[in-house]
Design a protein around this ligand. Structure first.
Ligand code: PEP
Ligand code: MG
Length: 582
């Protein structure tokens, strides 16, 4: 970004292979998206702009202080006042008159933009603290940079420092769900990260947006710079940096092939979803914004099997009130044109956070304060969401889906709050769907083991393979270093799916699969062979899935699935279904 020093360096040409997480090939300029403190541009301002810059800074500080107060109140209520100390420390940093005066003074004296001053001042203070003999002060160095980043993000918006004029390929150490959720598709051609795994939510969002992406490209951040040219192949994991003309020609051929592949899918655009032998399969779509519901109907999907409602919360950076939620769910219902819409209650925690990343600093957030546990722990927030969903149900076929249920106790507790929400709506005289169907996500092995009992007390089950694989195999779904061990085709995982399907069948309750496995064409015959008749897939996978289903004969799939479940190792299954093991 106009960095004179970097212009002198030779542009190096090299190639590396990471983990492909979102298919498609793309060529474009790099935007290195690193530590926001190092990234902000230093811009000269006119004396007439001083007041404006100072106000931008003070507005951002006010906003961050409000957020901190809200976080402190929430955490204090949930975990006790001492756990909220960190927010008070952050607030105190921002209330330090000396720091504020220094920043404002430097904007005036040096005539540079506010974020550049915040960045340099926070780095300076942090360096002083890091050098201190006092361990308490040394620990505060991190808080100072953290709060500096937060203020800058409020001034810029996370993506605001991407150029508006031309789209770029983002290269960064790690993308969080919150970064991806606010990603502007028009400005981002693709992304490459050093960390992350196939099923991290950032990767899932990239797939649903159709943005090619590669993770696990170790060391790339130090080897490239903004403005380099990159080819990213999200199908193979290849990343070419400043490629030769010949490699660019190869890239163009791949792109042409891709266009042909898409053209081949057009017959599946408005076809009924059925297997080669004519078995009707319900093919639904996964969405994370209300707008996408229209796309689901345009692709002739049978409905939405999973609306990840945490995404609008993450995009807004705060917990949305009932009315705001109702407006979103209502808009989604409208886009469905009468087709079923499955709204999942909040699934935050793990790798999805509203506001601050990992606010409780948990060591194992996927095993921690996440999902239905948060909802049950915050009944008022949960009831607000339940009321909004129930109200949206007055205008269409809406279902509720409860995430990360580990056993019947949680289902019962959630249902009690649902009844409470219904009673309050009835008392308020607000229309709602009193008979709304309630489903349970099966994504924890314990839920599989009691799937019969869960099925007896709910209306449908939905298998979340993204988490089920992670919890069954003890492999973090977002960790590059164990990504090769993340194997949905492991016979243990297949047995869990088989058991869940059997439980649903015996109870007469439908069972769908809404994890990413459902949209991966190599696994579709296995799932159909295991008895699954309902799949909910990322929007960009709907046509691929419909074609894969049309090419599958259920009888053959059943033989394949029984051999796979009986296999001794995951490698045997890989061979059976003809995939290369990563
Ligand atoms: C899953 O775990 O498979 C799932 C669909 O939920 P999420 O990916 O949002 O955790
Ligand atoms: Mg899940």
């Amino acid at each position: 970004m106009g960095d004179g020093k970097s212009m002198e360096r030779e542009r190096s040409t090299f190639q590396m292979t990471g983990i492909p997480v979102s298919p498609g090939v793309v060529l474009g300029p790099v935007m290195l998206f690193g530590d926001i403190l190092d990234e902000v541009e230093t811009l000269s301002i006119q004396p007439s702009q001083i007041d404006f810059e100072v106000k931008r800074f003070s507005d951002a500080v006010t906003l961050v202080k409000q957020e901190l107060a809200r976080d402190a109140e929430r955490i204090s209520g949930e975990l006790g006042p001492s756990e909220a100390d960190i927010f008070l420390v952050h607030s105190m940093i921002l209330e330090d008159p000396k720091l504020v005066q220094t920043i404002e003074g430097r904007i005036r004296d040096e005539l540079i933009n506010a974020e550049a001053v915040v960045s340099s001042e926070m780095k300076r203070v942090s360096a002083v603290l890091r050098g201190s003999d006092d361990s308490y002060l040394r620990d505060r160095a991190y808080d100072v940079t953290d709060i500096g980043k937060r203020v800058i993000e409020r001034m810029l918006g996370v993506w605001a420092h991407c150029p508006l004029t031309h789209p770029v390929i983002i290269v960064t150490r790690e993308l969080r769900a919150s970064d991806t959720v606010s990603m502007d598709r028009g400005r981002v051609l693709g992304f490459v990260t050093e960390l992350g795994g196939r099923q991290a939510h950032a990767a899932i969002l990239a797939r649903s947006l159709g943005v090619p992406a590669v993770v696990g490209a170790h060391g790339i951040v130090d080897r490239i710079r903004s403005g380099d040219t990159l080819v990213v192949d999200g199908t193979t994991g290849e990343v070419l940096v400043n490629p030769s003309d010949e490699l660019v020609r190869g890239f163009k051929q791949k792109q042409e092939q891709e266009a042909l592949d898409w053209a081949e899918l057009s017959p599946y655009l408005d076809a009924t979803t059925q297997s080669a032998d004519g078995t009707r399969i319900q093919l639904m779509a996964n969405i994370s914004t209300a707008n996408e519901s229209k796309e689901a109907s345009a692709l002739s999907a049978d409905g939405v099997g999973l609306f990840r409602t945490e995404m609008p919360f993450i995009a807004a950076g705060l917990f949305l009130a009932e009315e705001e939620q109702y407006a979103i769910y209502r808009a989604a219902v409208e886009g469905m044109g009468g087709l079923p819409l499955t709204i999942r209650t909040l699934d935050i925690g793990g790798d999805k956070f509203v506001g601050r990343e990992n606010p409780l600093l948990e060591h194992n957030p996927h095993l921690g304060y996440r999902s239905i546990r948060v909802s049950l722990d915050r009944p008022d927030t949960f009831i607000e969401q339940l009321r909004a969903i129930l109200r949206a149900g007055a205008d269409g076929d809406v279902r509720i889906l409860l995430p990360m249920v580990s056993g019947v106790g949680e289902l019962r507790a959630a249902r009690e709050l649902l009844e409470k929400a219904k009673r309050s709506l009835a008392a308020d005289g607000v229309p709602f769907d009193a008979d709304m169907k309630v489903g349970v996500m099966i994504e924890i092995p314990s839920a599989v083991m009691v799937a019969d009992r869960l099925a007896a007390e709910c209306d449908f089950l939905s298998i979340g393979t993204n988490d089920l694989v992670q919890y069954a195999l003890a492999v973090d779904r977002g960790n590059t270093y164990v990504d090769h061990l993340y194997r949905p085709y492991d016979p243990a995982v297949l047995a869990l799916i088989e058991r869940t399907v059997a439980a649903g069948r015996e109870a007469g309750k439908p069972v769908s699969v809404c994890g990413e496995m459902a949209g991966a064409t190599e696994y579709i015959p296995l799932l159909l062979g295991l008895g699954v008749r309902e799949l909910s897939v990322a929007m960009s996978r709907v046509l691929f899935a419909r074609r894969a289903i049309a090419m599958t004969d259920i009888g053959e799939a059943e033989t394949l699935a029984s051999r796979a479940v009986a296999a001794v190792t995951a490698s045997e299954v890989a061979e059976l279904i003809g995939i290369n093991q990563s």
